[in-house]
Design a binder for this molecule. Structure first.
Ligand code: GLN
Length: 545
């Protein structure tokens, strides 16, 4: 039977519960265990698919097409294990399930209540499909004390009784702040947070304390005493220079040792952390530098580009260079006009235009694409970035001023348009205009066939690839001939040959744009081929900068 580890957060949000959970997963894997990571999200939305990226950050897409929290991206990047739609559970999803059951009469006339009906549904979601793994690490979103979180805390409290003390472990991640005027680290916020958790019937077994400096013996003793925790289970989680240092740093603080001890799995041998050591070594001692500009509309909140950011770093790891990122707001680029383009973009070694929704900011992105094309700067377009590369070519080379995406309004030349039907494997998928917004996109993995003489095929070293999608609009195949005349070629399409997936220019050192989201599949230990190739092209160019 799987053992369950529950990770809660206290004091403040944004302490990095996702990275902490993912790092523990990596450590248990390094000890030879099979792990599964799951996120319980107390918010009412069914999934984050319809949430504003400025509020919620990136929507991470799983292989099976679930739109999930960005923490699932950390889980995949740290463990290499693909998550599924079962691994993201929100209040909205639980309630939809409970209400559907109530309507069907499954509760046989009972009054439907939070305890036991909602908590049973939550417990069911936690336990689902966990037979084949050694550990399930279950992160509870939000901060202890949030009203939405109560049914989740109650459910994990019950699970200790259901599964037994030796099969469950509670880790509480907190902040131990340094107060400069007192010249001290303060333990009181953590004490209060643990009290809050205890009032819900949960006694944490391990405290993971985020701090910007070492936690002294005295503070540790205090934390252990007041929070009712063994002193060796008060684990210091110091700030580190790269997130990929976190597993190593937690190991040195004894996290995996204490976790294994709790489950009666003591071992004399140390886990093999060599992959993490190699990654950290490359990141801290790069052999060169490259500067990449990302021109997007959500640059004010970098969480909106979490996987993209990491994938570019991975591309740097593969090329042994430091990737210096410049986040350029496309709205600002548009406002400043063409005169500023030279100043903002000409020093870049590569330009990337990422995904996005809506028309706002797109003129700035198109200006950046045109600049990259004309100045022969390596260019990588992703999803909306690809669609805009198509529009840029048709408008500026082809002279089709009216070429547009139907996402931005009616147009006589819908070069990017909604497809009403497409295939996923053997099954016809249909889009119903006017239906609910949630879950109406082409989502999850699709196979893509690449032309063998393309740069993309060269990067992958394979002509059949599979990548994750999240979009509604497609390149309209009616205009492919016009596009060719503009020098933009479709070099990859869906396996059924219906939808363009990759476009490239042949008159440019590296101009590749893809309809899918390669950033969801990059890992620090297996950097994605397209990011590796893009950074490689940015490094090895003839242009004088
Ligand atoms: N807005 C575009 C579409 O829906 C692109 C989406 C994206 O970049 N993820 O097709």
């Amino acid at each position: 039977m799987a053992r369950f580890i529950f990770v809660t957060g206290g004091v403040v949000s944004s302490l990095g519960k996702g990275i902490a959970s993912a790092s523990l997963g990596a450590l248990l894997q390094a000890r030879g265990y099979k792990v599964l990571l799951r996120k319980l999200e107390p918010y009412i939305n069914v999934d984050p698919g319809t949430m504003n990226p400025f509020q919620h950050g990136e929507v991470f897409v799983t292989e099976d097409g679930a739109e999930t929290d960005l923490d699932l991206g950390h889980y995949e990047r740290f463990t290499g294990v693909n998550t599924t739609s079962f691994d993201a559970v929100s209040t909205g999803r639980i309630y939809s399930e409970v209400i559907a059951k109530e309507r069907r009469g499954d509760y046989l006339g009972a009054t439907v209540q939070v305890i036991p009906h909602v908590t049973d549904a939550i417990k069911g979601a936690i336990l689902k499909n966990t037979k084949d793994v050694d550990f399930v690490i279950c992160e509870i979103g939000g901060t202890v004390g949030d009203i939405e979180g109560l049914p989740f805390l109650e459910s994990i409290r019950q699970l200790r009784n259901d599964l037994g003390y030796r099969n469950t472990l509670y880790i509480h991640l907190t902040l131990v702040p340094y107060i400069p005027t007192a010249g001290e680290l303060k333990t009181k916020p953590t004490q209060h947070s643990v009290k809050e958790l205890q009032s819900k019937g949960i006694q944490p077994d391990i405290l993971l304390c985020r701090s910007d400096r070492e936690i002294g013996v005295e503070e540790r003793r205090k934390l252990a005493l007041f929070c009712n925790i063994k002193p060796e289970c008060v684990i210091e989680a110091l700030d580190v220079s790269t997130i990929y240092q976190v597993p190593i740093s937690y190991h040195h603080q004894g996290l995996d040792r204490e976790v294994c001890k709790h489950f009666g799995l003591e071992s004399k041998t140390s886990p093999d952390l060599s992959i993490w050591e190699r990654i950290v070594e490359t990141l801290t001692r790069p052999e060169g530098n490259v500067t990449i500009g990302v021109v997007g509309k959500y640059t004010a909140l970098l969480d909106a580009y979490k996987s993209l950011h990491q994938s570019l770093i991975h591309g740097g790891i593969a090329n042994k260079v430091h990737v210096n990122l410049e986040w350029i707001d496309s709205n600002q680029l548009e406002e400043e006009g063409k005169v500023m383009l030279m100043e903002r973009l000409s020093h870049l070694h590569g330009i990337l235009v990422p995904g996005g929704f809506g028309e706002r900011g797109t003129p700035g992105m198109m200006a950046a694409i045109q600049f990259a094309r004309e100045q022969k700067i390596p260019f990588f377009g992703i999803c909306l970035g690809m669609q805009l590369a198509v529009l840029e070519a048709l408008r500026n080379i082809g002279g089709f001023a009216e070429a547009n995406s139907t996402e931005f309004g009616p147009t006589p030349m819908p070069a990017i348009a909604l497809m009403t039907e497409w295939m996923k494997g053997d099954v016809v998928q249909k889009y119903f205009p006017g239906a609910d917004l949630g879950g109406t996109m082409r989502l999850g993995v699709y196979k893509c066939q690449l032309e063998s003489d393309s740069k993309t095929c060269e990067a992958y070293q394979s002509s059949l690839i599979s990548e994750r999608h999240r979009h509604r609009y497609e390149v309209n195949t009616t205009y492919l001939e016009d596009l060719k005349k503009c020098g933009l070629y479709v070099v990859g399409q869906t396996a059924d040959g219906l939808l363009p997936e990759v476009v490239e220019r042949k008159d440019h050192p590296w101009f590749v744009a893809v309809q899918f989201h390669p950033e969801f599949k990059s890992r620090p230990f297996t950097p994605h081929p397209l990011f590796t190739a893009f950074i490689g092209a940015a490094l090895n160019q003839n242009r004088l900068i």
